[in-house]
Design a protein around this ligand. Structure first.
Ligand code: AHR
Length: 636
């Protein structure tokens, strides 16, 4: 049989001395298939992974009559725009509508436009599917056209189509149009515009509700994901094996009331039936990316869902008393029933087959500063009730392991680590001392957030706006510990995953794995580390000489029963292998100056480079300073 041995060799200092790495002939433990995955969080959905182009598309969770309610909308040719609390709302979930009044002396196209989240990218030949509801509340004597178009910010029309409408349409009617531009504008500050002829419609009022504009989506899913973020260069390329959702803080209700928590069943069904929620990070969640979309996304990428349920507390200190938890626990039970047992509702939504579900996390990140004691009764009541219904599910506790002592004893813990590059590079042995007593660990959030000297400023979450080579190599050192301890660490995900390159959302959480804007995605240096570990994941961990705990060179050896590429090279670290090793192999190196980062202005500064090396049962390899090196050897 042909085996592949992958070495992750990390050098985080410039002073390399000669090191000898002897490799064991036998593996010590299998590496779980779930080891490398992703955590979904803030800034990731609306305006990002979720492909919807229009911002504030349904006037969800805004106060009617305010200028804030018109966010992202603007008037074309002096149309009077107001967000009103509709007397006949388009649905009970969406009480607001856009009231458009055409001036009595209007001429030319009159209407309104939407600027998107931070622009919109339009590409020639792509079809953009637009829809909206309209009605004439005053039943005027009118027959005319509504024109929908894609335009540049300067008003150049890229694609346009008209629909005939009549003033006696006093109830809501939905319109669907397709728009296909034949040029690709250079800029992304494009707009979506709806107008009518001002002279014909002078003095009229038309109400609109629930707009949508979708580009082509990943796997052509209706209401799906943005292709370039989903596929072209980021998430799919990392081969993630699990997806933790619906977020960390995004799950709870930071500083807000219990009513604004993530409620699974209000994220299902027709978009018009989703009220959205005032999210935890200063922007409104449409919930267009809801529970079903998360599950389909997991299916599409063959990821194991790790689903968290709201557990009765918020980061702002809100807390449901023990005696009042029952309806929330029932909601968590119903959520799991929906996913893989109760077929009727799923069938209504087009997916009668059960989804996969193994792991349910109870709440998010209970830290000592957040009244940790309260988690005890929550954990007990949620898990006890859920276990009765779902004896095969695994429940993940979200406290620091062993503190407090929880009953029933958790079989899995989610541990979060945001630390400096020094801490990360000194803690590759973090899990080595953990007891092997059956308990498993999920490193559900980790990132090197600041440099060696960095303090943790109170106003910013981290000192790295974009992950640097220093940060990424420190991530990688910490990650070698997950492979060595993969007998107890079953899953790990860098966090946060996605960040928009704009001041639009609250961006205190950085660095993020992938930065994006309306037109492009910018994988960080840390992203390439995730990609290297994910792509070269092994089936088994092979013990080898241990790195020095406070050293500057780290490595991890895994074996897998499949073949990838190989070639040749040479020095500084001597590997001694008890196998017959072919004399050529491939090495993929991610390296750069310590402070180098991939940024939107220089997105490809640090990229993995693959080359050939000469190998054998004993061979030397020279690792550049601040580098992550994956050596793939062919053995038999
Ligand atoms: O990943 C960003 C946030 O950090 C998560 O939402 C939260 O769990 C943690 O504090």
């Amino acid at each position: 049989m042909i085996f592949l041995v992958g070495f992750i060799l990390l050098s985080i200092g410039s002073a390399l001395s000669q090191i000898t790495v002897s490799v064991s002939p036998t593996a010590s433990h299998p590496i779980p298939t779930t080891l490398w995955g992703q955590m979904y969080e803030v800034n990731a959905g609306d305006g990002g992974l979720y492909a919807e182009l229009l911002q504030n598309r349904a006037f969800q969770q805004v106060a009617a009559g305010t200028s804030a309610a018109l966010k992202a909308w603007y008037s074309v040719n002096s149309a009077l725009l107001t967000v009103v609390n509709e007397t006949e709302p388009v649905s009970s979930a969406l009480p607001n509508a856009l009231k458009v009044t055409v001036a009595s002396d209007a001429t030319g196209p009159v209407g309104f436009g939407n600027t998107g989240y931070f622009g919109m990218k339009f590409t020639a030949g792509n079809t953009y599917n637009a829809s909206f509801y309209y009605r004439f509340p005053e039943n005027p004597d009118f027959i005319g056209e509504l024109n929908a178009s894609l335009q540049t910010s300067a008003g150049n029309v890229l694609a346009s189509t008209s629909v005939l409408v009549a003033g006696n349409q006093t109830s809501w009617k939905q319109v669907f149009v397709s728009l296909t531009p034949d040029i690709t504008p250079d800029a992304t500050d494009n707009v979506f515009v709806v107008t009518t002829d001002g002279a014909a419609a002078s003095g009229l009022t038309i109400n609109f509700a629930m707009f949508s504009l979708f580009p082509p989506t990943f796997k052509n899913r209706q209401n799906g994901m943005r292709i370039d973020i989903a596929e072209v260069s980021t998430l799919q390329a990392m081969k993630p094996s699990f997806f933790r959702f619906p977020g960390g803080n995004n799950l709870v209700c930071r500083g807000q009331n219990t009513a604004s928590r993530w409620v699974w069943n209000t994220t299902l069904g027709h978009l018009v039936d989703r009220p959205g929620r005032s999210g935890d990070w200063g922007y409104i969640n449409t919930d267009g990316l809801g529970l079903l979309e998360y599950l389909l996304w997991c299916e599409d990428l063959e990821m194991e869902p790790i689903m968290a349920v709201w557990a009765g507390y918020g980061l702002g200190g809100q807390s449901i008393a023990e005696d009042d938890l029952e309806p929330y626990i029932q909601s968590a039970i119903d959520q799991a029933l929906f996913i893989y047992i109760a077929a009727a509702r799923r069938a209504e939504l087009g997916h009668p087959e059960p989804f996969k579900l193994t792991y349910v996390e109870i709440g998010n990140e209970v830290r000592p500063s957040l009244r940790i004691g309260r988690y005890g009764y929550r954990w007990n009541l949620y898990v006890t009730a859920l276990q009765v219904e779902f004896p095969n599910l695994h429940f993940i506790a979200t406290t620091f392991p062993f503190n407090p002592i929880l009953d029933p004893t958790p079989t899995e813990y989610d541990v979060h680590v945001y630390q400096s590059s020094t801490w990360m590079s000194e803690n590759s042995f973090y899990y080595d001392g953990f007891q092997r007593n059956g308990t498993k660990y999920f490193e559900g959030e980790y990132a090197t957030t600041k440099n060696d000297q960095g303090v943790f400023p109170s106003t910013t979450r981290s000192t790295f706006q974009y992950s640097t080579v220093e940060a990424a190599t420190a991530d990688a050192v910490f990650m070698t510990g997950f492979e060595r301890n993969a007998d107890i660490v079953f899953a790990a995900s860098y966090a946060p995953l996605l960040q928009v390159n704009a001041s639009f959302f609250r961006t205190i959480l950085h660095p993020n794995l992938v930065v994006f804007d309306a037109g492009a995605v910018y994988p960080s240096v840390s992203y390439y580390v995730q990609q290297l570990f994910g792509f070269y994941r092994g089936d088994e961990y092979i013990p080898s000489t241990l790195p020095a705990r406070n050293g500057t060179v780290f490595w991890s050896v895994v074996r897998k029963t499949s073949v990838i590429n190989r070639n040749d090279n040479a020095t500084d670290v001597t590997f001694q292998l008890p196998f017959n090793v072919s004399n050529t192999a491939t090495v993929t190196v991610l390296t750069g100056a310590k402070t180098s980062a991939n940024t939107p202005s220089n997105p490809d500064l640090v990229l993995p480079q693959t080359s050939s090396i000469f190998t054998g049962s004993t061979f030397d390899y020279s690792a550049p300073p601040f580098s992550v090196n994956v050596l793939v050897l062919n053995i038999d």
